[in-house]
Design a protein around this ligand. Structure first.
Ligand SMILES: NC(=O)c1ccc[n+]([C@@H]2O[C@H](COP(=O)([O-])OP(=O)(O)OC[C@H]3O[C@@H](n4cnc5c(N)ncnc54)[C@H](OP(=O)(O)O)[C@@H]3O)[C@@H](O)[C@H]2O)c1
Length: 259
């Protein structure tokens, strides 16, 4: 088998939560190019249809499933529908997440804190609980959790500490499940991205150009990442190329956390 063949994903089926935009969309494209069949999850049916059509043009089977995975009951139902309609999932990318910036820790209502934990952490818990049993039975599987450098450091001048807390917990979950499932052929790894130029960040920086300059000055490479730059790492973790890696948290941040 050639070195490149080890990165192929032919015959594997991947579910990616939050796959119509941003990092999820970029990872979906990369996995499709590597040969995987995809199930994409998101809330907006129109966006799911459009992304599905674009990725199907690459010649693979792509299905969309509409759900708000930040709601644990809906995430559970979504997984049941996926298993029934699309069959077993070999690769699960728990990508959905987000932060409310400028929220003071001391003033944030607990219901809001809980909602954001459901989005960033419980969504991954529920999807993994529902979809990993099949991987364990078959003796092969990949769980990839999209954490953040905010699971390791506190971002300056932004507030919203639910995000740092939930991403750190996601990293803890990654390590613990990796240890539990290491002998059973299922690896669990996390990716910790730094700032990437997704549409949401482009809009956000558009409104605060001075903040973009400030952030870029903190990155040794002097720029934010492009979402496509995450694709190869996702393919590595999803494929046989990473057979011996589990419980890792791979930082991809242009050097942000070095200083
Ligand atoms: N962008 C960055 O710089 C950065 C840095 C570090 C970590 N991350 C992490 O990377 C992940 C992806 O971030 P991103 O910036 O690419 O996000 P994004 O641009 O906001 O994309 C979000 C994607 O998730 C879907 N989505 C959002 N909420 C959802 C929900 N409740 N249920 C189902 N789908 C939902 C969206 O589609 P719908 O709106 O149609 O549902 C869209 O497809 C997150 O976990 C984030 O914390 C991002």
């Amino acid at each position: 088998m050639s070195i490149f063949d080890r990165f192929r994903l032919d015959g594997r089926r991947a579910l990616i939560t939050g796959a119509t935009r941003g990092l999820g969309r970029a990872m979906a494209q990369a996995l499709a190019e590597a040969g995987a069949d995809l199930v994409l999850a998101g809330r907006d049916l129109g966006a799911l249809d459009q992304t599905g059509q674009e990725l199907t043009a690459l010649g693979h089977r792509v299905a969309g499933v509409q759900a708000d995975v930040g709601n644990p009951q809906r995430a559970e139902r979504m997984c049941d529908v996926v298993l029934k309609k699309h069959g077993p999932i070999d690769i699960l990318i728990n990508n959905v997440g987000g932060r409310r910036d400028k929220v003071s820790f001391l003033e944030q209502p607990l219901t809001d804190w809980q909602r954001l934990f459901d989005l960033n952490l419980t969504s991954a818990v529920v999807c993994t609980q529902r979809l990993a049993p099949g991987m364990l039975e078959r003796g092969w599987g990949r769980v990839i959790n999209i954490a953040s450098i905010c699971g390791q450091i506190a971002t300056r001048n932004i507030g919203g500490r639910h995000y740092e807390s939930a991403k750190a917990a996601l990293v803890g979950l990654t390590r613990a499940l990796a240890a539990d499932w290491a002998p059973r052929g299922v690896t669990v790894n996390a990716i910790a991205p730094g700032g990437f130029m997704t549409d949401a960040n482009r809009r956000w920086f558009g409104e605060r150009p001075e903040f973009q300059k400030e952030v870029e000055s903190l990155i040794p490479m002097g720029r934010l990442g492009n979402p496509e730059e995450l694709g190869p790492l996702a393919v590595y973790l999803a494929s046989d190329a990473s057979n011996y890696m589990t419980g890792a948290v791979l930082t991809i941040d242009g050097g942000y956390t070095l200083w």
